[in-house]
Design a protein around this ligand. Structure first.
Ligand SMILES: Nc1ncnc2c1ncn2[C@@H]1O[C@H](COP(=O)(O)OP(=O)(O)OP(=O)(O)O)[C@@H](O)[C@H]1O
Length: 431
């Protein structure tokens, strides 16, 4: 099996359909206007002038990083040959919680690029000491630097209601660095999905940043097709059947024309073909890959539920999973006492039967399960109950819920859980 997988693959160069692979300039499809604008601004570096600040904005996966990085790499190579040190220092602001963290991340980038010590402690020193270290490193190592601030709108910092977001401060300081703090040429390129970003900057930051705007729009299905066709050589010859690229592009165009999603989906379709031992990627492989993507997206929603809703869903999924083999259904009459057992195990509050059912039904609206109202007939004094039917493997949902450390404990009680479920099922069937 392993040997087979090693020998036969639809891929010749799978890297080409990995979204983070750096691609050559000749693989870039379209985006001529944006390329021209970035080139005309960054080429000022070649005359040893400071390039203007730039704001690249548009939805995710529309080529902002690709275009900027491709041009910056070329400028860097030409400059280096001429003995002029041009560099870009990139940080992604998504996971940075404060201005201080952002400045430290820039110090770390510069030190890494220049092969120097970071030279400043992460904690326990002021942000201005970090700025000083940053400027020292830059003065020593470069003639010109562009700070690339990806997802800049997410650098909010720990704000009181009256204070400005951290990105305003960072942009203000960095775009003034050339004037006040440093001898080399410095400018800022900010990347964001938010077209209104400039409206959120305070007046001070706005006036010192004053960028050239470079907008990026969604790709349509035809543009996505072209992008994918330009990477067809990731696959062995004739591995892609005719309808694969059009279908992949059509799916990705539905999710905001994101090229990253299109490339991901094409790679996943190839993986599905490999898993099935097929040497041709077909429409069915694309559909299967797309289903996996959707499953994963809706499972992610499960991670955001409150603990009570997670316990309710866990109980219901366990009843379905530990029922008859391959079963996807769970009766509320069985699932509710199982939920009570789980709240006892976790020492959590117990909710009423009605609230429990409301929680599980609510999860249904995220696409995990359906419910049907059923009558007990003459059983248990009559009355109604709900029959839940999972649309996908309930075991997978349970595993996803166990990623929450409060729920993870339940996986150590599987034997007890199975016993309770069996007892409740017997009880339900006998009455
Ligand atoms: N015009 C294009 N030609 C070829 N490949 C492209 C093109 N546009 C985007 N891609 C590919 O799509 C992926 C995402 O592009 P990129 O990282 O530039 O998106 P972005 O606009 O910076 O998105 P985000 O806001 O999510 O960071 C990359 O793998 C890139 O190579």
């Amino acid at each position: 099996m392993i040997e087979q997988a090693g020998e036969e693959s639809v891929f010749r160069n799978r890297n080409l359909v990995e979204p983070d692979t750096i691609i050559d300039r000749d693989r870039i499809v379209g985006r001529d206007d944006q390329l021209r604008t970035v080139v005309s601004n960054l080429r000022k570096v070649l005359n040893e002038n400071r390039p203007p600040n730039l704001l690249l904005y548009g939805p995710a996966g529309t080529g902002k990083s690709l275009i900027f990085d491709a041009v910056a790499r070329q400028i860097r190579d030409i400059s280096k040959n001429r003995g002029y040190e041009f560099g870009t220092l990139r940080i992604n602001c998504q996971n940075l919680r404060s201005l201080d963290e952002a400045v430290y991340a820039l110090v770390r980038e510069a030190a890494h690029d220049l092969n120097e010590e970071i030279g400043v402690a992460r904690h326990g020193v002021s942000t201005s000491t970090k700025y000083d270290r940053l400027y020292d490193l830059l003065d020593e190592g470069y003639d010109s630097v562009v700070f690339v601030l990806d997802e800049i709108d997410l650098l909010l910092g720990r704000r009181s209601s009256s204070s400005e977001p951290a990105y305003s401060d960072l942009i203000y300081q960095l775009s003034r660095a050339s004037i006040e703090s440093i001898d080399i040429q410095v400018s800022v390129a900010a990347l964001t999905n938010d077209p209104e970003f400039m409206n959120n900057l305070d007046a001070r930051a706005e006036s010192s940043f004053n960028p050239r705007d470079i907008p990026f729009s969604d790709y349509d299905a035809n543009q996505l097709q072209e992008i994918l066709r330009n990477r067809e050589d990731a696959f062995i010859q004739d591995a892609l059947s005719e309808d694969v690229i059009p279908l992949t592009s059509a799916f990705a165009a539905q999710s905001h024309g994101d090229a990253r999603k299109a490339i991901d989906l094409l790679r996943k379709a190839g993986d599905v073909a490999n898993e099935n031992g097929d040497l041709t990627v077909t429409e069915n492989h694309v559909r299967e890959a797309q289903e996996d993507v959707e499953t994963d997206r809706s499972l992610k929603l499960v991670e955001g539920l409150t603990t009570q809703k997670k316990i309710s869903l866990y109980a219901t999924a366990a009843v379905a999973e530990f029922g008859k083999s391959g079963s996807t259904t769970a009766s509320s009459r069985v699932a509710f006492p199982v939920y009570q057992f789980l709240t006892d195990v976790l020492d959590a509050d117990g909710r009423t039967r009605e609230t429990f059912n409301n929680y599980v039904r609510e999860v249904g609206t995220y696409g995990q399960l359906d419910h049907e109202r059923k009558s007990l007939g003459g059983k248990q004094g009559g009355g109604m109950y709900l029959m839940y039917e999972f649309k996908r493997d309930p075991g997978e949902i349970k595993k996803r819920l166990e990623q929450d450390e409060r729920i993870a404990d339940l996986s150590h009680h599987e034997d007890g859980l199975k016993r309770v479920i069996q007892a409740q099922k017997r009880n339900f069937a006998e009455n």
